[in-house]
Unconditional design. Structure first.
Length: 64
């Protein structure tokens, strides 16, 4: 496998994993908000992870 192809695979898979983790944390923050818990910190981290995952997936096309 070429170096560019392996970088593309690594970055794109990492982006998908980070995006998915952000969606899971978003669900947890929604549950916390419904239960009147502390949801702001979890929701903020979820937003950061979702945006980072999307950015990595978009940036992975540069390594193709």
């Amino acid at each position: 496998m070429k170096k560019g192809k392996s970088s593309f695979l690594f970055i794109s898979i990492l982006g998908i994993l980070i995006f998915s983790a952000g969606l899971c944390m978003l669900g947890e923050s929604i549950i916390q908000k419904i239960d009147n818990g502390n949801w702001f910190f979890i929701g903020t981290i979820a937003l950061v992870l979702i945006n980072a995952g999307v950015c990595l997936m978009i940036n992975a096309k540069n390594y193709r």
